[in-house]
Design a protein around this ligand. Structure first.
Ligand code: ATP
Length: 235
């Protein structure tokens, strides 16, 4: 086994006094694609926010490339190469596609050329003069992912990328993500659309009430109907 790129050990996090993540352990190796699964409200988004520092972890350790980032600021964590594509996409509605990409590009330490994103998402090149607010849900998601990728992250956190998208758009996105994950990037993805996550990932963690419930390979998960029914409402 190679060195893990990200390690969470006994991590606990809270919203105010509300304890949401309990003694969570996660380990991800370089270039792995790992799914973080669980029912609604299980704590997936909070886990991603804890990794990026927006929800401060209160106990436990988070290491990135062997360095303790448990107490690092949101900005420092971002500069170290961890990028989150949030569930609500947060693109700038009054800026064009190109301007949205430029803002991300110009704030990165070691960005990729914006043109690279047009190779990944040719649709965005066609739409480059369109304002963010005029994009469809699928186009917004492509832009949101591109804004993260243009910053050349070492670790990409994807929070429910297919949420609210029509099935035909989800199929397009699946093809593109397959291409993205074959590049030199490590991915942690949360999804309600279990099939989508299983398709892309090699391993999965299931969390329940903010705590580890199961971990294993995608093959093990797919063969385990009880598990799929119990924690993921599919089977
Ligand atoms: P979903 O798929 O619905 O987004 P999730 O697995 O991502 O679910 P979280 O969004 O992390 O779950 O929520 C975990 C728990 O934390 C839930 O009980 C939720 O109500 C609570 N929670 C989420 N955000 C906040 C917040 N800003 N303040 C207080 N509690 C919150």
């Amino acid at each position: 086994m190679s060195e893990p790129i990200l390690t969470l050990e006994d991590v606990n996090s809270y919203y105010g006094n509300s304890h949401v993540v309990f003694d969570l352990d996660i380990e991800i190796e370089q270039n792995e694609v790992v799914a973080l699964l669980g029912r609604n409200g299980a704590g997936k988004t909070t886990t991603l926010r804890t990794i990026t520092g927006t929800v401060p972890r209160r106990e436990g350790t988070i290491e990135f490339r062997g360095e303790d980032i448990s107490s690092s600021s949101v900005d420092d964590i971002s500069k170290k190469g961890i990028k989150l594509v949030p569930e609500d996409r947060r693109i700038f509605p009054t800026l064009t596609v190109m301007e949205n990409l430029q803002v991300a590009h110009d704030s990165a330490v070691d960005p990729r050329p914006i043109e690279d994103m047009f190779e990944v998402f040719p649709k965005l090149e066609e739409l480059q003069e369109n304002k963010g607010r005029n994009l469809s849900g699928g186009e917004q998601q492509m832009l949101s992912v591109s804004r993260a990728l243009v910053q050349n992250p070492d670790l990409l956190l994807l929070d429910e990328p297919t949420e609210g998208l029509a099935p035909v758009i989800v199929d397009d996105l699946r093809d593109v993500f397959e291409e993205v994950v074959s590049e030199d990037v490590t991915v942690l993805i949360t999804e309600q659309n279990v099939d989508f996550a299983l398709n892309l990932s090699e391993r999965a963690y299931i969390i329940e009430k903010g705590a580890n419930a199961w971990e294993g390979t995608i093959e093990e998960l797919e063969d385990n109907e009880e598990l799929l029914e119990e924690y993921l409402s599919v089977g």
